[in-house]
Design a protein around this ligand. Structure first.
Ligand code: AMP
Length: 183
């Protein structure tokens, strides 16, 4: 089972991915978390990624591919995984297809969590991570609209996409995601 949680920064992908991974008994891969850990530990990937993450730019696709491939070889991914924050570009989506084809796996579904920009900005300012400054948040939303949102069409054309309302209680949103997965 390979589930992609899709949506702009701040729609709740991370929160929902943790709950889903627990409920479904599969692994969770957040590329953002992976980069933050690599930066904290100052690994070679972390050193390459840090300027991008700090300024809200996308980390280059080759570096993202490295971190994803490394995670996917981990045996906890054998039952499948919840992908959170990946793929974010067309190149990444194509790289994911190749990785999955090599494993004989398929994307089960892509769940797009929809939240309006004002709510996103309010939520992120409250979260207060170091890249949650208003100017950086606005930049991340622009990057999402320019580079990531076009994947909605890419997955829509493959009939893999369901959009759910991301406003409301965490448990209510989770129930919507679960019913999208089971549909
Ligand atoms: P996130 O935790 O998903 O909000 O990601 C935080 C930051 O990590 C992003 O603003 C990017 O700089 C970087 N990042 C995470 N995932 C990706 C990805 N799939 N492609 C490029 N950059 C990423």
């Amino acid at each position: 089972m390979i589930i992609i949680l899709f949506g702009a920064p701040g729609v709740g992908k991370g929160t929902q991915a943790v709950i889903l991974a627990e409920k479904l008994g599969v692994a969770h891969l957040s590329t953002g978390d992976a980069f933050r850990a690599a930066i904290k530990n100052q690994t070679p990937v972390g050193q390459m990624a840090q300027e991008y993450v700090a300024s809200g730019k996308l980390v280059p696709d080759e570096i993202v591919a490295k971190i994803v491939e490394e995670a996917m070889t981990n045996e906890t991914f054998a039952n499948g995984c919840i992908l959170d924050g990946f793929p974010r570009t067309r190149t990444q989506a194509e790289a994911l297809e190749q990785m999955l084809t090599a494993k004989g796996a398929d994307i089960t579904t892509v769940v797009n969590i929809a939240v309006d920009d004002d709510t996103i900005i309010a939520r992120l300012l409250q979260r207060g991570r170091s890249d949650d400054r208003e100017d950086i948040i606005r930049h991340r939303l622009n990057v999402y609209n320019d580079e990531t949102a076009p994947l909605l069409d890419f997955y829509g054309q493959k009939s893999l996409l369901t959009t759910i309302d991301g406003i409301g209680d965490v448990e209510d949103v989770n129930a919507r995601i679960l019913s999208a997965i089971k549909a």
